[in-house]
Design a protein around this ligand. Structure first.
Ligand code: ADP
Ligand code: NI
Length: 214
């Protein structure tokens, strides 16, 4: 499929200088997760593929919080491809609603294709890769790994959440451990449970080592 091929080239180019948790390999993993989930769902596969590929081309965290840039660039690209208008609108709605990152904020738009791509993206935020990405992001922000005196805050507003300076371990309680119960699809739920269990084991080991367990 020519469109998919073009899109892959476009996204790779856009993400050339992206940080480690948000680079082309993140997109590739989300794309593969989305294909796996889509196998058991009735959906428009082209919409799923294009939304997965284009969902992170301009992260708001790196554009002064502006969440409209990514969807805008994606739309400009899609208009130049041979894709029907209603499909373009659908893909853009998915991307816009994916920016309700994580599990704490409800999306306004709903479709099976959004459910699939959102699950695919969430799976990449948990498990071993999720742990690696969280610490990578925390390092980028120069956050402490953990501070036993700072409790996780489960009641932050969207703004507070964005500007939060919490230690990276708190991010597990504020977002990552909540994701398994936010999964939309059966396949997504099954994989999420496995990755969730791994994070729980990781946290247990982390505290044991923190406390100087031999
Ligand atoms: P995505 O691009 O996958 O939709 P985000 O942009 O919200 O997700 O986050 C990208 C990665 O950075 C994720 O793995 C997420 O867990 C991690 N991350 C985001 N915010 C924080 C934070 N405050 N502390 C640690 N990791 C974070
Ligand atoms: Ni993503």
């Amino acid at each position: 499929m020519k469109t998919i091929h073009n899109t892959i080239l476009f996204v790779k180019e856009k993400l050339q200088n992206a940080e480690g948790g948000h680079d082309w390999f993140h997109i590739e993993r989300v794309y593969n997760n989305a294909l796996l989930i889509a196998d058991s769902e009735k959906c428009d596969l082209e919409v799923v593929k294009l939304a997965a590929l284009l969902h992170d081309i301009a992260d708001s965290k790196f554009h002064d919080g502006d969440e409209s840039i990514g969807p805008k660039i994606a739309r400009e690209f899609l208009i130049l491809q041979d894709i029907a208008d209603d499909k373009i609108n659908h893909i853009i709605s998915i991307i816009e609603n994916m920016s309700f990152k994580g599990g704490r904020f409800e999306a306004k738009f709903h479709s099976k294709e959004l459910e699939i791509v959102q699950d695919a993206d969430r799976l990449d935020a948990i498990g071993a890769i999720g742990i690696a990405r969280a610490f990578n992001y925390g390092g980028f922000k120069n956050r402490p790994l953990y501070n036993p005196n700072i409790q996780p805050n489960l009641n932050m507003s969207k703004e507070e959440y964005k500007n939060s300076e919490s230690p990276t371990l708190n991010h597990f309680y504020e977002k990552l451990l909540l994701l398994k119960d936010k999964m939309n699809t059966e396949t997504g739920k099954k994989i999420a449970q496995k990755r969730h269990d791994f994070m729980v084991i990781f946290l247990g080991q982390f505290y044991a080592e923190w406390d100087g367990e031999a």
